[in-house]
Design a protein around this ligand. Structure first.
Ligand code: NAD
Ligand code: IPM
Ligand code: MN
Length: 361
């Protein structure tokens, strides 16, 4: 089992270090190789995704990724910015299916900014399409407008687009995930989030998802506009089971959903391709505001490592062990500052990692 370890920038290095320690106490044989990515790779090699890093990722069974980005790179030409590294990995590896499970652990019910009764028992799965949409659509750029409200003015443009096969394959992923969850006692429902009332791309999305849905008569399907979905997520989050949506809406809604779990530092993710190769990363970024302070929550990354064991490495038992250990540590009352509440014990990044390692032993 070969794992590429790509810590990246900011808190990426701090949280990945804890996840690696956790992997190392599992008594499994991994071959781990670490490489630079993002701003760190730009500083060392002049490119955020060096050929050698991409090669390593492609040749591995799974990638464990931290985060990339820092304000100091925001004025670089776009192809050289750290964020291009994660986009390039997703595109080159074909990682079209992004799983972001928002689970509220009972111990953290009080850490959320929402009322306990709204989130207690919450377990929803956001499935975000990850290689299409306005993120990758061409053409894009800057030019002088020849029409619109201000002909002759400088303008910028991006292209939102989805092809039928792109929508079909992510819809199948969502329906199959809902089926699996139904077998495990969940409702078995897919909510497809779109903006079909305004956008051609998302009317098409809705039509194609409905068509695919006919192949899954055992799974309920409903459609919701993204603005309503953003509202419903904080009004009545437990009404959702599986949410499937496009790249940009999924980016935004998953950050919103993270607060239902207590903190963005709790939301793991898996990005899979059709060969079950996967990249595993917390849903959050490099958090430059707290980087280097040793206070970042490593649990989203540790839980992402558990997803990696389950989805790409066929080690479900080890994944269960990690998730049980995380719950045990939370039950002990240990909290990084982002999930701290009165009556619990505030710890730093490495103390949290220590505690998970100890619980595993
Ligand atoms: P962010 O997710 O890095 O941080 C948002 C807020 O959440 C900050 O206040 C941060 O301190 C907090 N936070 C995030 N992770 C945390 C953790 N584990 N523990 C405690 N608090 C945590 O988003 P941002 O500030 O908008 O972006 C910062 C940089 O990260 C940007 O360069 C952005 O492009 C990049 N980014 C990268 C990824 C990725 O690598 N996949 C994802 C998102 C953002
Ligand atoms: C995420 C991030 C990325 C995205 C950025 C860093 C490119 O926000 O993984 O959610 O927008 O997909
Ligand atoms: Mn994001």
């Amino acid at each position: 089992m070969k794992i590429a370890i790509l810590p990246g920038d900011g808190i990426g290095t701090e949280i990945v270090a804890e996840a690696v320690r956790v992997l190392n106490v599992l008594d499994l044989k991994f071959e781990m190789e670490t490489a630079l990515v993002g701003g760190a790779a730009f500083d060392a090699h002049g490119h955020p995704l060096p050929e050698s890093t991409l090669k390593l990722a492609m040749a591995s069974d799974a990638v464990l990724f931290g985060a990339v980005g820092d304000w100091k790179y925001d004025t670089l030409d776009r192809p050289l910015r750290p964020e291009q590294a994660i986009l390039g990995l997703r595109k080159n590896m074909g990682l079209f299916a992004n799983f972001r499970p928002a689970i509220c652990y009972e111990q953290l019910v009080g850490a959320s900014s929402l009322k306990p009764e709204l989130i207690s028992g919450l377990d929803i799965l956001i499935i975000r399409e990850l290689t299409g949409d306005i993120y990758f659509g061409q053409p894009r750029g800057r030019r002088v407008a020849t029409d619109g409200h201000f002909p002759g003015a400088e303008e910028a443009f991006d292209t939102m687009r989805y092809s039928k096969p792109e929508i079909e394959r992510i819809a199948h992923v969502a329906f199959q995930a809902a089926r699996k969850r139904k077998a495990a006692g969940k409702e078995g429902r897919v909510t497809s989030v779109d903006k079909a009332n305004v956008l051609e791309t998302f009317q098409f999305w809705k039509d194609v998802v409905s068509e695919v849905g006919k192949e899954y008569p055992d799974i309920a399907l409903d459609h919701m506009y993204v603005d309503n979905a953003a509202m419903q997520l904080v009004k009545e989050p437990k009404r959702f089971d599986v949410v499937v949506t496009g790249n940009m809406f999924g980016d935004i809604l998953s950050d919103e959903a993270s607060m239902l779990t207590g903190s963005i530092g709790m939301l793991p993710s898996a990005s899979l391709n059709s060969k079950n190769q996967g990249l595993y990363e917390p849903s959050h970024g490099s958090a430059p505001d707290i980087a280097g302070k040793g206070v970042a929550n490593p649990l989203a990354t540790i839980l992402s490592a558990a997803m990696m064991l389950r989805f790409s490495l066929n080690q479900a038992a080890a994944a269960d062990r990690i998730e049980t250990a995380v719950k045990a540590v939370l039950a002990q009352g240990l909290r990084t500052p982002d999930i701290y509440s009165e009556g619990t014990t505030k710890v730093g990044t490495s103390q949290m990692g220590d505690a998970v390692v100890k619980a595993l032993r």
